[in-house]
Design a protein around this ligand. Structure first.
Ligand SMILES: *Cc1c(COP(=O)(O)O)cnc(C)c1O
Length: 385
């Protein structure tokens, strides 16, 4: 019944965990859930108010423009200049998206012919691989290994594959490993992409979720990056706006035009009122972003310290709201997450769900409050692993 491209999609690996979770909830067991990569805090009030005002204005009720409102794209360009020192021409170097996931999954349709190669990291946000497959492309795995700081080893990519590849997906600060990349790595990426004529798609969704003074760079800060790539961005994590569906892509105008052409034929843009709320977010007071960071930082410290007192060896992430924890010896990621859920009522995502190279790890999202994190650590302690 289904098309080959749907049948070819990887199986949903979280199904068993989801079933167990539902069963526990049915037994009224209080689950502490670290598996949800969705901020638990509300959208800041001034953004909600901007939306409220915009919704009452009938001029927002019609079809939006395909590329996004000029005023939203200008706000993005201003924010990029201020935050990264990157100058963007808002007319054709900024494209509004219905959340960055939408842009990521549609991009391959503009550049991949059947059988063309896209270089995708593993473990990773599943959308890079799946977007490639939905465009009948062939994902080529770039393993993210601990010994390389969870960055792909570009030198180990077969020269023939590199020459054939059309796209490369990257994501730093990284989901799920919480790894970060510095400008030297991005320089290597730009050189590699120029040499091999590859379009780089850097997903920077977590640039603002960073701690201890760390400031994540933009790929576009690197000389030559505007020639070879684009960056995806989202208001979802920075402003607790996952439900609003607002993101954007910036960078090379020709690449964005390709993505824009697909989108013109698929969707009709983002509700103008949502874009106006986005303007309020980008241009308004940024104290809410500091508050968000402080909340996750405290949770991070409690969880990392807690897991390490249990004998796990977990590193303190500098960015993202994830903790990437190696599973204890003798378990694989699915076994161990099942054990935590079954015996402690604690849910963390098995690394294998993010790709083969995620095996051996669990991802904890810092979307539970401190008291619940302490409770979870206590429950895991009782398992005496
Ligand atoms: C959450 C997330 C996004 C953001 O998705 P939106 O569609 O903008 O909500 C993008 N990339 C990664 C890696 C994420 O974890």
């Amino acid at each position: 019944m289904y098309a080959d491209r749907i049948n070819a999609l990887p199986p949903y690996l979280f199904a068993t965990i989801d079933e167990l979770k539902a069963a526990k909830r049915e037994q009224n067991i209080n689950i502490i859930d670290f598996s949800i990569g969705d901020p638990d805090q509300p959208t800041p009030e001034h953004i909600v108010e901007a939306m409220h005002d915009a919704v009452l204005d009938p001029s927002t009720h019609q079809y939006p423009s395909y590329k996004g409102m000029p005023s939203f794209r200008e706000a993005v360009a201003k924010w990029y200049k201020k935050r990264f020192g990157v100058k963007l021409y808002s007319e054709d170097e900024v494209l509004t998206l219905i959340g960055s996931k939408e842009g990521i999954v549609h991009l391959p349709l503009a550049f991949i012919n059947p059988g063309d190669i896209a270089l995708v990291p593993d473990p990773a946000y599943p959308v890079y691989r799946i977007g490639t497959m939905l465009a009948d492309g062939t994902p080529h795995t770039m393993p993210l290994l601990a010994k390389n700081g969870f960055k792909p080893d570009l030198n180990s990519i077969d020269a023939k594959i590199a020459k054939k590849a059309k796209l490369m997906f990257l994501n730093y600060p990284n989901n799920p490993t919480a790894a970060i990349a510095d400008e030297n790595f991005f320089k290597e990426v730009v050189d590699f992409a120029s040499d091999n004529d590859i379009i780089v798609c850097h997903d920077n969704a977590y640039s603002e979720v960073a701690y201890d003074g760390y400031k994540a760079p933009s790929l576009l800060q690197i000389k030559g990056a505007m020639d070879i790539g684009i960056e995806f961005h989202s208001l979802s994590k920075t402003y607790n706006m996952t439900g609003w569906r607002l993101g954007f892509a910036v960078g090379n105008a020709e690449v964005l035009a390709g993505l824009g052409k697909v989108k013109t034929n698929v969707d009709s843009g983002v509700f103008n009122a949502v874009q106006m709320a986005g303007i309020a977010a980008l241009k308004g007071p940024q104290g809410c972003v500091n508050k968000m960071r402080a909340i996750y930082r405290e949770r991070r410290d409690v969880l990392v310290r807690g897991l390490n007192t249990l004998g796990m060896s977990v590193e303190v992430p500098k960015a993202t709201f994830y903790v990437w924890a190696p599973v204890p010896r003798g378990y694989d990621s699915l076994d161990f997450s099942r054990l935590l859920l079954d015996k402690a009522g604690v849910v963390a995502t098995p690394g294998i769900g993010f790709g083969d190279y995620g095996e051996g790890y669990l991802r904890f999202a810092l979307t539970e409050p401190v008291e619940r994190i302490k409770e979870a650590v206590g429950r895991i302690r009782e398992l005496e692993i």
